[in-house]
Design a protein. Structure first.
Length: 273
């Protein structure tokens, strides 16, 4: 199957208005020795209920771009908007899932998932209902009283995801959440994530180094060029879900994405497909 490849994404009049809009984003890092341009005039839109994956070489600014979208990084040039309002900081409508689960080790699974709800003043009975629903969604009902040190890496990531979804964000931003996991666990979570977001319809921006992962999960794959990071191409993924790692169509499209990455002239890292 041949995917559609385009240059920097443009809004279509026939499509929904974007939930996230990044226009002309540039980012510079200054040290005592030099100034580094990490992102150069990057534009990207993500529409409601869309799952967009970003791939690119190390140092191309993938995580920096995600941090700008999340409101974590506010020192940049350009226009970042969410739901047609300027992004000026972190907001409850945008939840972030990091590579290393940012869980509280002194709290059990249930209390970790419940944490954001308590901060928002949700009544106990309603909190219990929401937490029960989220634990069921990520298949952790039997582990609700376990502590983080008792969980595998994959289970900790599922707790982090449940906590993010519990507050009903309009968008989830995920920064290489499966990078540190073994291959089998990663495959399992990719399948599970397709199910979770198929049920919730939550919008996702997902950063990954793994080309096959991007094709398995994404509606679109944004390919970035080496430093300074720019949007090189955007590849539509017209494959039905669920998608499995060994599907021939997934392998073919992953090879196509990898080919686009290799045309950037960057030899490292080697991208897994």
């Amino acid at each position: 199957m041949t995917a559609t490849i385009a240059n920097a994404p443009q809004a279509s009049e026939e499509r929904e208005q974007p939930l996230l809009s990044l226009r002309g984003i540039s980012k510079r890092f200054e040290t005592r020795r030099q100034e580094t341009l990490a992102l150069d005039d990057v534009s990207l839109e993500v529409r409601p209920r869309e799952f967009v994956c970003i791939v690119g070489p190390s140092g191309c600014g993938k995580s920096t771009l995600l941090n700008i979208a999340a409101g974590i990084d506010r020192d940049f040039e350009g226009d970042a908007r969410f739901e047609d309002a300027s992004i000026t900081g972190m907001a409850r409508e945008r939840a972030v899932v990091f590579q290393e689960p940012a869980l509280f080790p002194w709290l059990n699974v249930r209390a970790n998932v419940e944490f954001g709800l308590k901060l928002r003043g949700i009544p106990p009975a309603e909190r219990k209902t929401i937490v029960d629903q989220q634990l069921a969604l990520v298949n952790l009902e039997r582990f609700d009283r376990a502590y983080t040190h008792e969980l595998s890496g994959g289970m900790r990531q599922r707790v982090q995801l449940a906590r993010a979804l519990a507050v009903q964000p309009h968008m989830v931003l995920m920064d290489e959440p499966f990078a540190a996991l073994d291959a089998q666990t990663r495959d399992d979570l990719q399948l599970e994530l397709q199910t979770v977001f198929g049920r919730t319809g939550t919008t996702v921006l997902f950063v990954t180094h793994n080309v096959r992962e991007a094709v398995i999960l994404g509606d679109r794959v944004v390919v970035m060029s080496p430093s300074p990071g720019r949007v090189k191409t955007v590849i539509e993924v017209p494959l039905e879900r669920p998608r499995l790692p060994d599907d021939h169509a997934v392998s073919d499209l992953a090879a196509q994405v990898r080919s686009e990455l290799q045309r950037t002239g960057d030899e490292e890292p080697r991208y897994a497909i």
